[in-house]
Write a new protein. Structure first.
Length: 144
């Protein structure tokens, strides 16, 4: 299966990255093809609510979201990972989810996983916790 991992953390090598990488390790060991996207490396503008995508099937904005939409269309499985900021996902993840609008209905019916990190946000605090093993096992269990 094709797995698309989308990390919404603005911090490189933080807890979300660690858990994504463990999920990926499990998925690859199980024979799946995995691609990881880090939203911190992408230029994605917020949705303008112009709804042109309802008429054309694509967004009028020309940014990195077009590439992510193509990859999402080709994926069988999604993993969305985000730290918790003010009781919700990161702004990067929220903007990306809003911009799925042109293809949202086409993306239904796929296997999806969510990783949410929280606590006091210290980089690497997730190492040695049960969450690392759970992320690995989730990746290894894709499609079962």
């Amino acid at each position: 299966m094709k797995v698309l991992v989308i990390n919404g953390s603005p911090r490189a090598k933080g807890n979300s990255d660690i858990l994504c990488d463990e999920f990926i390790r499990g998925a690859e060991e199980a024979g799946h093809q995995v691609e990881k996207i880090s939203l911190r490396e992408k230029d994605i503008s917020p949705c303008r609510a112009c709804y042109a995508c309802f008429r054309t099937g694509s967004c009028v904005q020309k940014d990195d979201m077009a590439e992510i939409l193509k990859k999402a269309e080709n994926a069988d499985v999604f993993l969305l990972a985000s730290p918790t900021y003010f009781l919700t996902m990161s702004g990067q993840m929220k903007v990306m989810i809003d911009r799925l609008l042109p293809r949202w209905q086409d993306l239904g019916g796929r296997e999806a996983y969510v990783i949410v990190t929280g606590h006091d946000g210290k980089k690497g605090e997730v190492i040695g916790t049960k969450a690392v093993e759970e992320a690995y096992l989730a990746g290894k269990g894709i499609g079962k």
